[in-house]
Design a protein around this ligand. Structure first.
Ligand code: ISL
Ligand code: CA
Length: 547
């Protein structure tokens, strides 16, 4: 059977603090802003919050480049603000998890600074420095944010590894002091009462010894060189078990690993409860349909999503528990990927909610998803803020027209998910009194929280009803999953069966009208994204029945 855990029963909500709510008019979201919106989240039914990084950082990658793990980013507030946030979250019966970014630190972190200023110090061993035989980097690994994964330090005549931006220096996890310092830091936050962590690119921490050259075929296929030497490294399990027992276990803290590219079998090894590594992972294989990458402009096929979810729910096993999500701060909006036609925006938003909140696993909703947010109409490259988008744009204009380059960047830009949360139709979507750090478009005038709170038929209310219903019916959490007519294209129908109750969900994954599977008599319709019943399933129709 499945072991009950709080994190299997909750609905998580991801906050990207920079873009959530600004309390002091400087155009940047902050902790006080988040506190002012906790009642909104509570009303929505959210039980747990994942906060993207709020630590002191020079913001080369919006906080994923940490300068001080023990301090709050000045723009976001103070440690007092944080303590109050945590208290207010707990007062409302909610949980708070933080982002743990320990594959790398900022190059402005004192450890790295010490490493270059004082090469004799122990901190030199905290990072991955290498000499090179010639003027080129020590190997052919590439960074996820363009160019080689190495910076040259003249004063040392050595290179240091960075898988992400030039200011995000990879830590050397094979060094015991690094691991001890990280354990200590985790314990420090957990003793404050934080309920757990989301572990940033945690499957990248163990690099193959000697940092061998990346395989050319793999590099060409993936678009990045070197991956096979670290995406699932030799000591990964050892290091995860160690932080689990040393830091997480004493506090019974929760962990969800961000693990790009690991696939199901490795995910099992990382999350099976008896292995004592991570509680859950985010797998990303469902975010693009096969043959496509994030920066392609194409229509995402929901039939692929269906196959992926069925596969995981059927095969992941009772010792593992999956995360259910479509969006986060690194991806364009799901609605825009599936169908850009505004006529379908509302039914499609609700269909996605229905699937996410009735399948077996823990749902993670990304801010704005609950009001049916779509990609932004950025006007020019100067609107871009994300280091990945900016670097890619620079790389692309070398070989194509500015127009083509911008178009490509727009199809995958992480900035779509990072524009201000749309609270109302007031100036700057009610996000700030000042000038927002990133532009938005006109969409908030129609699509905003305030409007949707008033409208019974809104996407927001659909989320609220579904979350509420899920909470009241354990069959939707621990119940078994059984797909019906699995192979039938465009149709996604399934049962969730609990000890006392059974539910049936029928979805049309396409924008065509399709025949419904014969429905046994006596099913009671609980929730639908269409107001009147009809004989056939209309575009993106999604219905939940009690059997
Ligand atoms: O692996 C990738 C490309 O194939 C990337 O998607 C990468 O895994 C992903 O961007 C990692 O994301 C996390 O770490 C980054 C940070 O920029 C992201 O915001 C964060 O979610 C570096 O810390
Ligand atoms: Ca602010």
């Amino acid at each position: 059977g499945i072991e009950p855990k709080w994190w299997k029963e909750v609905v998580f909500y991801q906050i990207y603090p920079r873009s959530f709510m600004d309390s002091n008019g400087d155009g940047i979201g902050d902790l006080k802003g988040i506190i002012s919106k906790l009642d909104y989240l509570k009303e929505l039914g959210v039980d747990a919050i994942w906060l993207s990084p709020i630590y002191d950082s020079p913001n080369d990658d919006n906080g994923y480049d940490i300068r001080d793990y023990y301090a709050i980013m000045g723009e976001f507030g103070t440690m007092e603000d944080f303590d109050r946030l945590l208290e207010e979250v707990h007062n409302r019966g909610m949980k708070l998890i933080m982002d743990l970014v320990v594959n790398h630190t900022s190059d402005e972190h004192p450890w790295f600074q010490e490493a270059i200023k004082n090469p004799g110090s122990k901190y030199k061993e905290y990072y991955l420095f290498q000499k090179s035989k010639d003027k080129n980097p020590p190997n052919n690994w590439t960074s996820f944010f363009s160019g080689p994964a190495w910076n040259y330090y003249k004063e040392l005549d050595e290179w240091a590894l960075h898988l992400f931006s030039k200011k995000q220096m990879d830590l050397n996890w094979d060094n015991e002091n690094v691991r001890k310092d990280i354990q200590q830091m985790i314990s420090w936050w957990l003793s404050k009462g934080v309920d757990g962590f989301r572990l940033d690119v945690i499957n990248y921490i163990s690099k193959r010894e000697g940092l061998p050259w990346g395989n050319k075929t793999v590099g060409e296929l993936m678009g990045y060189y070197g991956i096979e030497n670290y995406y699932y490294g030799p000591n990964l399990h050892k290091y995860l078990k160690e932080i689990r027992s040393e830091a997480f276990e004493p506090f019974k803290a929760f962990s969800v690993g961000e693990t790009p590219g690991v696939g199901m079998e490795m995910s099992k090894l990382l999350t099976a409860d008896y292995r004592q590594e991570l509680d859950m992972v985010f797998s990303f294989d469902h975010l693009e349909t096969p043959g496509h990458v994030r920066f392609n402009d194409y229509e995402y096929d929901l039939n692929y999503l269906k196959e992926y979810f069925i596969h995981w729910m059927e095969d992941y096993g009772d010792a593992c528990w999956m995360s259910l999500f479509y969006e986060n701060h690194d991806n364009p909006r799901m609605i825009s990927k599936v169908n850009k036609n505004p006529a379908y925006r509302k039914p499609l938003a609700k269909l996605l909610a229905m699937i996410q909140l009735t399948l077996k696993g823990t749902p993670f909703i990304f801010q704005g998803q609950e009001i049916g947010s779509v990609n932004k109409a950025f006007q020019s490259a100067t609107d871009l803020r994300d280091v990945e988008s900016i670097n890619l744009y620079k790389e692309l204009i070398e070989k194509s027209s500015a127009e083509d380059a911008f178009r490509e960047v727009l199809s995958g830009s992480r900035d779509h998910a990072r524009t201000p949360m749309q609270w109302s139709d007031k100036k700057n979507a009610g996000f700030t009194e000042g000038i927002p750090w990133i532009v938005t478009d006109e969409d908030y005038k129609q699509w905003n929280v305030e409007k949707q709170l008033e409208n019974e038929d809104s996407v927001l209310n659909f989320y609220r009803q579904l979350i509420q219903f899920r909470k009241e019916h354990k069959a939707l959490i621990y119940g078994s999953f059984e797909a019906v007519n699995k192979k039938r294209k465009d149709s996604f129908t399934y049962y969730r069966r609990g000890e006392k109750e059974e539910f049936y969900v029928e979805c049309n994954l396409s924008s065509n009208t399709i025949k419904r599977n014969t429905l046994a008599s006596g099913y009671e319709l609980i929730l639908s994204n269409y107001s009147e019943p009809a004989k056939d399933l209309r575009p993106y129709e999604a219905n939940l029945y009690k059997v």
